[in-house]
Design a binder for this molecule. Structure first.
Ligand code: ADP
Ligand code: MG
Length: 476
């Protein structure tokens, strides 16, 4: 039987900041364990947390973008539990009064608009990381106290496609606002994926299963698809008592979810207000100041590219997908490059370079926006042909020279000397009497053949349109 799936996501993402959320140690990645640690992160007695202003601003900014209601006060709570990666014995988070509640955002799912409801977004700290060996485990506190934003959706998503479209949308916002790189390779994102299924005409949600700590977009998609299948099969076989409220985890090796604990084992976190961090007012001035600092986001740039610059929806989508690529395009525009030409060079040639290897970004490509500008200008000014432009591009990558330098080095500039073209055309006519006769007998392709001969004699530097015109005039 076909069931309707219901999905809610809890999406954790490590924020970018100089220092940690409650201590002055660096928020960064180090191969060396315990390099970025302060007594606060280690919960030494007598230490007190101080909240990082940048993190507060960024959390409010994200709450605004998600159209959330922002509370009057910023305040924090303690979530109490014991685990070796949590030296204080509690996590500082926001439970009673998160920085944003009741938000909503419109996303695009395969060309259709969908409104996603946001339950809340809150600011909290990450735990340390544990490494397990054969008979021992080690703790690395570099991650302890790294700022995290947790975004919780309402159960309003109905397929893996919708969930992934939402996450991609959110990732793009994080990247454009510089709140987070959302780099899965650095372990910056983790999602708890809640899935339930219900009969098509049912009015109540089914029992949900929570899959904890899924850490890549791919695994999130697989988790959702696997859970829908697993729960549907249990229901189809009448095994209703096996669809229970439980916490599972995604197992990358077997590509299945595995039971961790049931609802009965749910932890009581004994939440209470964090007494060491006095609440403070989120003033109208602060909100206004943050609102003004929100940059242009991907979907806004996309609209601009389509409506103002006449790019196709597809091309606009390709350009804004990565902020770095979009910034590169913006830089080309800023220099005065024609938008469509810049778009063509970027979406074909430049991105082909970026896609050659997984670790390459557009910042690594030798050809910079100023060179795209120069190249487009050379073609516009008819100094080189379009085809030569493609050659120039290849040479730029090989020789690490600018377009003008390449044109000079390879002597590529179009021949503007009319007399020279005239004489080349005459030469070709003299050498091809048969071709001319054939042309007059209806073999029109002979003309292209002769244009080709002129181009060859000029080493590709004649203007083919001009050559064709002159040939036509002379053999008429
Ligand atoms: P809990 O009490 O287990 O923490 P919540 O109601 O707070 O559950 O919701 C946690 C997450 O689970 C949210 O992202 C929410 O959207 C999602 N969720 C709640 N009910 C369901 C359901 N029936 N099916 C799928 N997801 C659900
Ligand atoms: Mg949390």
């Amino acid at each position: 039987m076909a069931y309707k799936a219901v999905i809610g996501l809890e999406f954790h993402c490590e924020m970018k900041s100089h220092t940690k959320v409650f201590s002055p140690s660096i928020n960064g990645y180090s191969k060396l364990a315990n390099e970025y640690v302060s007594p606060i992160d280690m919960a030494f007695p007598g230490t007190l947390p101080v909240v990082n202003k940048t993190c507060v601003r960024k959390a409010i900014e994200m709450a605004m973008i998600l159209n959330c209601k922002i509370p009057e006060y910023m305040e924090f709570d303690r979530k109490n539990y014991f685990y070796p990666d949590l030296p204080k014995g509690y996590q500082i988070t926001q439970f009673y009064n998160p920085v944003g509640v009741n938000g909503k955002i419109t996303i695009d799912v395969n060309g259709k608009e969908k409104e996603v409801l946001i339950h809340d977004i809150h600011l909290e700290e990450d735990a340390a990381s544990l490494d397990h060996y054969y008979n021992t485990s080690t703790i690395d506190y570099n991650r302890a106290g790294v700022p995290l934003l947790e975004l919780v959706t309402e159960p309003c998503l109905h397929s893996a496609d919708e969930a992934l479209a939402f996450l991609e949308h959110v990732r793009s916002i994080y990247q454009y606002t510089d709140i987070s790189e959302c780099d899965t390779k650095k372990g910056q994102i983790r999602a708890d994926v809640n899935v339930s299924i219900m009969e098509e005409d049912a009015t109540e949600f089914g029992t949900k299963v929570e899959v904890k700590n899924v850490n890549s977009f791919d695994a999130i998609r697989q988790t959702i698809e696997y859970e829908i299948k697993r729960q549907s099969k249990l229901k189809d076989e009448g095994r209703y008592d096996e669809v229970v409220q439980e916490t599972r985890r995604w197992d990358d090796e077997s590509c299945t979810t595995i039971h961790m604990r049931s609802k009965a084992d749910a932890i009581d976190y004994k939440y209470f207000r964090e007494p060491n961090l006095p609440r403070f007012k989120i003033t109208e001035e602060l909100k206004e100041d943050i609102r003004k600092s929100i940059p242009e986001l991907a979907y806004e740039r996309r609209e601009k590219y389509i409506n103002k610059y006449g790019l196709s929806e597809y091309d606009a989508g390709v350009l804004v997908k990565s902020k770095k690529v979009s910034d590169y395009f913006e830089e080309c525009l800023h220099l005065g490059t024609d938008a469509k030409s810049a778009c063509n060079w970027i979406t074909t040639r430049v991105l082909a370079e970026v896609n050659k290897s997984e670790d390459t970004t557009i910042d690594d490509v030798f050809v910079r926006p100023n060179m795209i500008y120069e190249l487009v200008k050379l073609i516009e000014d008819k100094k080189i042909t379009n085809n030569q432009g493609k050659e120039v591009f290849i040479h730029m990558l090989e020789d690490h020279l600018t377009p003008k330098e390449i044109v000079k080095k390879y002597d590529m500039e179009i021949i503007e000397d009319e007399g020279l073209i005239d004489s080349l055309v005459s030469e070709v006519i003299n050498e091809n009497s048969q071709a001319i006769e054939d042309y007059h007998n209806g073999r029109t392709n002979m003309l292209d053949y002769m244009v080709g001969q002129v181009m060859k004699k000029s080493k590709g530097k004649a203007n083919p349109v001009e050559a064709k015109q002159k040939l036509l005039e002379k053999i008429k």
